[in-house]
Ligand binder design. Structure first.
Ligand code: A3D
Length: 327
C-alpha cells in the first residue's frame, strides 16, 4: 500500500496566535505544520520548541519554521495570522493600512506556492483582510474565509455561562455581522440545550423581565467589546488562546469534512440582502471550504443591527486606497 498522505497546514505569522495554533494543531494530530514569519528565527525557534513536545504529547508530525514561502508547497490549508495587533485605545480598523500591505505580500506568496490551498484569514480588521486576500490571490470565494464568528460566538457563550452558572459546553450562541464593535449577537438564538437564555434569565430574576433584559443587554455589549477588554488588560497585544482554539475548529471542519454550521466571514452574493462583500454569517464548513451559507429570517431588530454592521464593513473596504479588481 502506498503512503497515505496527511494534511499540511501552513501558518503565516508565527506570533502569539501562530505559535499556540501550531502547538495545538500538532497535539491534536491534525497534520504537518509550516510556520512562516518575516522575522528571522521566530518560526524556526518555535518549531524546534514544539517539536520537542512531540514525545511527551505523543505526535509524529513534521514542524518546519521558515522565512521562505517556497516551504508552503503542497499546503492544504493556510492560516494568515500575520500583522500588527491593537494597542489599548485602538480600533481594529486602525490596523487597516499596515495590515493591507502585509496581506498583499502574504497573498502573493500563497498564490505562488500553495495555489490549491484553502485560506483562513485571522488578521484584523478581519472582513477587510479576507476581502483583500481573496482579491490578491484570485482564489474561488468558497476557498477563502475569515475566522471571527466562532470566537465571537464562543465569547458570547462564555459570558452567558458565567451569568447562569452553567457549563459553557451546553450553551449555543451565535454572533453574526462584521468583526467590529457593531457585531450582532443573536439574542433570540441563545439557548442552553434548547432552553432560551432569555427565559432562564427571567426565571433567575424572579420574573423581573426588565432586569433580565438589562442583564442580556450587558452580555451582548460585553461580547461586542470583549476583544478590546482583553487588549486593555494585556496592554501589549490582543487575545490569542481563544482565537487559536476557534481557528482549530475551522481547520478540523475542513480537514475532516465535518460540515459543521458555524459563523464565518464568507462572501455574500445576495444572502441576507448583501451583494459582493465578506461578512460573518452562518456557514456550513467542510472539505470544500464554505460549502453553503445558511440563511434565516431576521427579525426587525436583528436586521437593523446586521445592516449597520455590514455598512461599517462596506465603509472600511471602500476606503482602501488600492482595492485591486474591485468587486
Ligand atoms: P503577534 O503576536 O504580533 O504576531 C503577528 C506576527 O506576524 C508576528 O510574528 C510578526 O512578525 C508577523 N508578521 C508581521 N508582518 C509580516 C509579514 N509581512 N509576513 C509574515 N509575517 C509577518 O499577533 P497575534 O498573533 O496576537 O495576532 C495576529 C493578528 O490576528 C492581528 O492582526 C490581530 O489583530 C488578529 N486577531 C484577530 C482575531 C479575530 O478574531 C479575527 C483575534 C485576535 C487577533
Amino acid at each position: 500500500m502506498g503512503r497515505i498522505g496527511r494534511a499540511k497546514i501552513a501558518i503565516i505569522g508565527s506570533g502569539n496566535i501562530g505559535g499556540i495554533l501550531a502547538y495545538h494543531a500538532t497535539s491534536r494530530k491534525l497534520g504537518d505544520i509550516v510556520l512562516y514569519d518575516i522575522v528571522e528565527g521566530r518560526p524556526q525557534g518555535k518549531s524546534i520548541d514544539i517539536s520537542a513536545a512531540a514525545r511527551e504529547d505523543e505526535f509524529d508530525l513534521r514542524i518546519v519554521g521558515t522565512n521562505d514561502y517556497a516551504d508552503l508547497k503542497g499546503s492544504n490549508i493556510v492560516v494568515i495570522t500575520a500583522g500588527a495587533t491593537r494597542r489599548p485605545g485602538m480600533s481594529r480598523s486602525d490596523l487597516v493600512h499596515i495590515n493591507s500591505k502585509i496581506m498583499k505580500e502574504v497573498s502573493e506568496g500563497i498564490k505562488k506556492f500553495a495555489p490549491n490551498s484553502y485560506i483562513i484569514v485571522v488578521s484584523n480588521p478581519l472582513d477587510a483582510m479576507v476581502t483583500l486576500c481573496q482579491r490578491y490571490t484570485g482564489f474561488p470565494h468558497h476557498k477563502v474565509m475569515g475566522m471571527a464568528g466562532v470566537l465571537d460566538s464562543a465569547r458570547f457563550a462564555t459570558f452567558i455561562a458565567w451569568e447562569l452558572g452553567i457549563s459553557v459546553r451546553d450553551i449555543n450562541a451565535t454572533v453574526l455581522g462584521g468583526h467590529g464593535d457593531s457585531m450582532v449577537p443573536i439574542v433570540r438564538f441563545a439557548n442552553v440545550n434548547g432552553i432560551p437564555v432569555t427565559e432562564l434569565l427571567e426565571r433567575k430574576y424572579k420574573g423581573d423581565k426588565s432586569h433580565a433584559k438589562k442583564v442580556m443587554d450587558q452580555l451582548v455589549e460585553r461580547t461586542q467589546t470583549a476583544g478590546g477588554e482583553v487588549v486593555k488588560l494585556l496592554k501589549d497585544g490582543s487575545a490569542f488562546f481563544s482565537p487559536a482554539s476557534s481557528i482549530l475548529t475551522m481547520i478540523e471542519a475542513i480537514i475532516q469534512d465535518q460540515k459543521r454550521l458555524m459563523s464565518a466571514s464568507a462572501y455574500l452574493t445576495g444572502q441576507f440582502g448583501v451583494y459582493g462583500y465578506y461578512v460573518g454569517v452562518p456557514c456550513i464548513i467542510g472539505a470544500e471550504g464554505v460549502e453553503q451559507i445558511v440563511e434565516f429570517t431576521m427579525n426587525e431588530e436583528e436586521k437593523i443591527m446586521f445592516d449597520k454592521s455590514v455598512a461599517a464593513v462596506q465603509e472600511l473596504i471602500n476606503s482602501l486606497n488600492d482595492p485591486p479588481n474591485a468587486a
